[in-house]
Design a protein around this ligand. Structure first.
Ligand SMILES: Cc1cc2nc3c(=O)[nH]c(=O)nc-3n(C[C@H](O)[C@H](O)[C@H](O)COP(=O)(O)OP(=O)(O)OC[C@H]3O[C@@H](n4cnc5c(N)ncnc54)[C@H](O)[C@@H]3O)c2cc1C
Ligand SMILES: *[C@@H]1O[C@H](CO)[C@@H](O)[C@H](O)[C@H]1NC(C)=O
Ligand SMILES: *[C@@H]1O[C@H](CO)[C@@H](O)[C@H](O)[C@H]1NC(C)=O
Ligand SMILES: *[C@@H]1O[C@H](CO)[C@@H](O)[C@H](O)[C@H]1NC(C)=O
Ligand SMILES: *[C@@H]1O[C@H](CO)[C@@H](O)[C@H](O)[C@H]1NC(C)=O
Ligand SMILES: *[C@@H]1O[C@H](CO)[C@@H](O)[C@H](O)[C@H]1NC(C)=O
Ligand SMILES: *[C@@H]1O[C@H](CO)[C@@H](O)[C@H](O)[C@H]1NC(C)=O
Ligand SMILES: *[C@@H]1O[C@H](CO)[C@@H](O)[C@H](O)[C@H]1NC(C)=O
Ligand SMILES: *[C@@H]1O[C@H](CO)[C@@H](O)[C@H](O)[C@H]1NC(C)=O
Ligand SMILES: *[C@@H]1O[C@H](CO)[C@@H](O)[C@H](O)[C@H]1NC(C)=O
Ligand SMILES: *[C@@H]1O[C@H](CO)[C@@H](O)[C@H](O)[C@H]1NC(C)=O
Ligand SMILES: *[C@@H]1O[C@H](CO)[C@@H](O)[C@H](O)[C@H]1NC(C)=O
Length: 577
């Protein structure tokens, strides 16, 4: 090794430790170092949308002077995903609104003596609506060493968009959509392509509407109130069309990001390419505040079909044989351009599969081997409906918005665990079928479910695993399987919630054992994922961590089981000892 190299290593170690030394416990709203009201007022005045207080969604129904109009709105919209995703202090999975050690914080339908605590929610949020607002908020957090979170739609299944006594950057009002006929990423000679630039807070339903009516498709998720450019894109983004065109991150051409030092940068193949790589699947909330992302668009298919299938059995043998056949035929269904979602519960297999660019005749023909098989299984005959849609827009409108309303739920409890199931596991349909039936029967005891996603395979596995930062386990996977563990009541104690979480963690360990070397999708995963660096990032972890330490040396952006978070203690407020 040359002296120059050694010199660089020493210098590197010095710079690194200098940076680490500047990491100190965050200043919380309970600490004397928390900025004074005057200082907050100055920030408030400098932001277009001001600073907003963050409070639990049920707060208007508590206290001495209840405004009945406001409280009624809370009652009416408690389970409404649109309403929740529009509040700086409401989360889609409400169990993350409270502290892990608390029995339900601030609730509806409880006696007036029930206290309304701030729980796990931040103290103030910057209501940002342009780049300059974001820069000011980031600089403020950095200057005052605050615990910082970014809250977008609040869909995160691990509660990463909230933290107690913290300062929040609320991105819902970064909401523009721009369509391009011929987009060329800055400073590149890339061939022009059709694309759409979405600001981080745009809802998927709005992105779908803006593109589908122009006969364009874009790779985006199934939940319409998820934000297009926040956690979804940062984690990788699976979609009902990812098997056709790849994950959302495989179609991201460029990002605009505000970094921890307040600088606004473009990340693409030519500008900040390392950051660009990390932003594509290395997890959100880690690199900076994403302002916008530009995604490739594609011509819409001429026709779409869906297959809705339900086989309810009352004996394990029939359920197992249907599951096993379903597994055996998955690789072929994937080649046949089916994608979609299935449920396993109460000895029932139910699925909604999409035949991409297939008419009804083709979809039915391609499904026939499975339908014929299930018709021969003892028990009640399965039910299915094959539907054809004349356009992509018609498919979306009917499927996402039945009867003209586009429902989106929120306000439930959720603790998940999940696994990416590799293609080679489908070579053992008997073993995988028995395992899933076994796990499903355990979930039945508490009324939980197994949700399978046929969103990998196809183009997802054809991409170079190292082309983007996302978990390379995606490049070998066909299914993403999620186990839910959510059956605890609003007033469950911390211990009861822990029990529900432990239960699903334990069940998931069977899937982990069955798929050694695979991983989990960090956006729909277990909050207590064992060996999470390997599971969420695989062989990409070390490179991601290097990029993290380069772009955010003081770790302003830290979240649970995000890259670099092992350098922090469990509260994420102090450097790890
Ligand atoms: C009902 C439901 C259905 C879902 N369906 C799908 C699906 O089909 N496909 C799929 O891939 N996923 C799906 N998800 C998972 C979804 O991708 C994650 O919940 C994701 O974290 C949501 O991101 P968000 O920004 O909307 O939510 P938030 O909870 O607001 O944010 C999530 C994380 O991203 C960070 N973040 C948000 N905005 C920014 C920003 N501008 N810059 C930097 N960091 C940011 C937050 O700090 C947090 O860490 C679903 C989730 C739910 C609840
Ligand atoms: C946030 O800012 C936006 C845009 O500036 C504004 O329309 C909205 O009313 C603000 N929201 C709150 C709660 O202050
Ligand atoms: C109650 O809240 C509504 C909606 O925010 C507001 O218009 C009204 O003035 C409030 N009433 C009182 C008495 O404060
Ligand atoms: C819960 O944890 C917080 C710290 O996260 C602590 O301040 C509080 O006292 C705990 N509450 C209970 C009831 O244990
Ligand atoms: C509150 O009670 C009403 C009436 O029983 C019920 O309809 C509503 O779903 C409850 N809300 C919550 C959040 O539990
Ligand atoms: C990126 O390209 C666009 C369109 O050509 C241009 O308007 C913009 O100024 C460029 N930005 C940077 C930072 O180069
Ligand atoms: C299902 O099976 C159980 C146990 O074999 C039996 O008790 C029950 O009656 C059956 N239910 C139906 C709807 O057939
Ligand atoms: C499970 O299915 C049986 C019929 O096989 C039905 O009788 C029962 O109600 C179902 N249980 C649940 C919880 O849905
Ligand atoms: C699947 O879809 C892709 C993209 O539209 C197409 O190229 C391919 O021919 C289709 N395959 C089948 C078997 O229909
Ligand atoms: C369905 O698609 C196939 C293949 O493109 C075509 O041959 C057939 O004519 C179509 N059938 C109908 C009813 O449109
Ligand atoms: C499915 O069953 C039908 C009617 O029993 C039969 O005509 C057809 O050949 C079968 N198709 C396959 C692919 O097994
Ligand atoms: C929670 O509330 C239910 C009624 O909704 C009650 O039956 C149950 O005992 C309560 N549990 C606890 C732990 O307080």
């Amino acid at each position: 090794m040359s002296w120059i190299k050694i010199g660089l290593l020493v210098l590197g170690a010095y710079v690194y430790s200098a940076a680490s030394q500047e990491r100190r416990c965050r200043c919380l709203s309970t600490d004397p170092c928390w900025p004074s009201l005057d200082t907050w007022n100055q920030l408030d005045a400098s932001l277009t949308g001001g600073l907003v207080p963050v409070y639990p969604p049920a707060k208007p129904c508590h206290g001495d002077n209840i405004n009945q109009t406001e409280c009624q709105i809370v009652h009416d919209r408690w389970f409404d995903g649109y309403w929740r995703s529009d509040q700086p202090g409401a989360l889609i999975s409400m169990n993350f609104e409270i502290l892990p050690n608390e029995t339900w914080g601030c609730q509806l339908n409880v006696s007036s003596s029930w206290p309304c605590s701030q729980g796990n929610l931040p103290t103030f949020a910057a209501n940002v609506s342009n780049v300059a607002d974001v820069q000011k908020a980031v600089q403020f957090a950095s200057e005052h060493n605050l615990r910082l979170v970014i809250k977008n739609s609040g869909h995160d299944y691990i509660g990463r968009s909230t933290a107690a006594d913290a300062f929040s950057i609320w991105t819902r009002h970064l909401n523009d959509i721009t369509l391009h006929d011929a987009f060329v990423p800055n400073n590149t000679n890339a061939a022009p392509t059709t694309a759409v630039t979405v600001q981080t807070g745009v809802r998927l339903i709005d992105l779908y509407e803006a593109t589908a009516h122009k006969d364009l498709v874009v790779v985006a998720g199934a939940a319409i109130t998820v934000a297009a450019g926040g956690g979804y894109i940062g984690g990788g983004g699976h979609s009902p069309i990812s098997p056709i065109y790849g994950l959302a991150v495989d179609n991201a051409l460029q990002f605009t990001v505000v970094l921890a030092n307040g600088e606004v940068v473009i990340a693409n193949d030519a500008m900040n390419p390392d950051l660009f790589w990390a932003l594509r699947g290395g997890g959100a909330g880690t690199w900076g505040v994403v302002i916008d992302v530009t995604l490739r668009t594609f011509p819409a298919p001429n026709v779409m079909s869906s297959v809705l299938f339900i086989a309810a059995h009352n004996d394990t043998k029939s359920f197992t044989s249907v599951m096993t056949k379903f597994i055996e035929l998955q690789p072929q269904m994937s080649k046949d351009n089916f994608t979609g979602y299935w449920y396993g519960f109460n000895k029932t297999l139910a699925f909604l599969y999409i035949g991409y660019d297939l008419n009804k005749t083709e979809a039915t023909t391609r499904m026939t081997p499975f339908l014929n098989f299930t018709a021969s299984v003892s028990g009640p005959p399965p039910q299915y409906i094959v539907t054809e849609f004349p356009s992509w827009a018609a498919f979306l409108e009917t499927t996402w918005c039945p009867g003209g309303t586009c429902p989106s739920e929120g306000g439930q409890t959720a603790l998940l665990a999940s696994r990416l199931i590799p293609l080679d596991s489908f070579d053992q349909p008997d073993a995988l079928g028995s395992l899933l039936v076994d796990i499903s029967s355990d979930l039945d005891v508490t009324g939980d479910t197994m949700l399978g996603h046929l969103v990998a395979g196809g183009e997802v596995v054809r991409k170079d695993p190292d082309s983007v930062g996302v978990n390379p386990a995606w490049r070998k996977a066909l299914w993403h399987v999620v186990l839910t563990g959510a059956q605890f009541e609003f007033n469950a104690t911390a211990a009861q919630r822990k029990k529900a979480g432990d239960r699903v963690t334990k069940l998931n360990s069977k899937l982990i054992d069955f798929t050694p070397g695979s991983g989990a999708y960090l956006n729909e995963a277990d909050i207590q994922e064992p060996n999470w660096q390997q599971s969420f990032f695989g062989s990409h972890y070390d490179r991601l961590k290097q990029i993290k330490n380069k772009v955010d040396p003081h770790h302003l952006f830290i979240c649970h089981h995000c890259v670099g978070s092992e350098d922090w203690d469990a509260s994420l407020n102090c450097p790890a000892k």
